[in-house]
Design a protein around this ligand. Structure first.
Ligand code: SF4
Length: 162
């Protein structure tokens, strides 16, 4: 779905109350970056991923990511972390009262900050034609620019050699 730009949220640390209110969003999914799709074949791979339950695809700052909504096995029923003292660094980056202050994803509607957030195949398929057409135009413009540069630097065949 197309997202509207949202006003930036003031930067501050997450508090323990924030974590309780958020529902431990950062413990309930994993995301990983994927190559920016540039062909129908690339999109077919993303279509396959989106065919699965609890899988989402999003674009953030021009980069493409796949998100899998799955609870961490270390998350206790009361929302606490079973391995809190030795939790991985990525968990600490979402930490409580970090200095300098970091903006926890739970403190904003993080999905609203994504350029795009695809929740299923249909949404992606509606997006693909326009996106690939845009890529084609960009490549055409780049090629024309390169050709113009080459023409400008190439010695003219009419130039007399001494
Ligand atoms: S290891 Fe702990 S802090 Fe990290 S995602 Fe799992 S439950 Fe959350």
């Amino acid at each position: 779905m197309k997202r509207q730009a949202v006003a930036p949220v003031p930067l501050r640390s997450a508090t323990r109350q924030d974590c309780v209110a958020c529902g431990q969003r950062c413990c309930r999914s994993i995301s990983f970056e994927v190559d920016t799709p540039a062909s129908p074949e690339d999109f077919d791979h993303l279509r396959w991923m989106l065919a699965h339950h609890n899988v989402f695809v999003y674009i953030e700052h021009g980069e493409w990511y796949v998100e899998v909504a799955v609870d961490c096995a270390m998350l206790e029923d009361d929302g606490s972390c079973r391995i809190y003292e030795t939790r991985p660094a990525i968990c600490r980056e979402h930490g409580v009262e970090m200095e300098p202050a970091v903006l926890c994803e739970g403190l904003q509607d993080v999905i609203a900050t994504y350029e795009r957030y695809f929740t299923g195949i249909d949404e992606l398929e509606a997006f693909i034609p326009g996106y690939l057409e845009g890529l084609k135009k960009k490549k055409g413009a780049a090629r024309r620019t390169l050709d113009a540069v080459r023409r400008a630097v190439r010695p003219s065949s009419h130039t007399k050699r001494k």
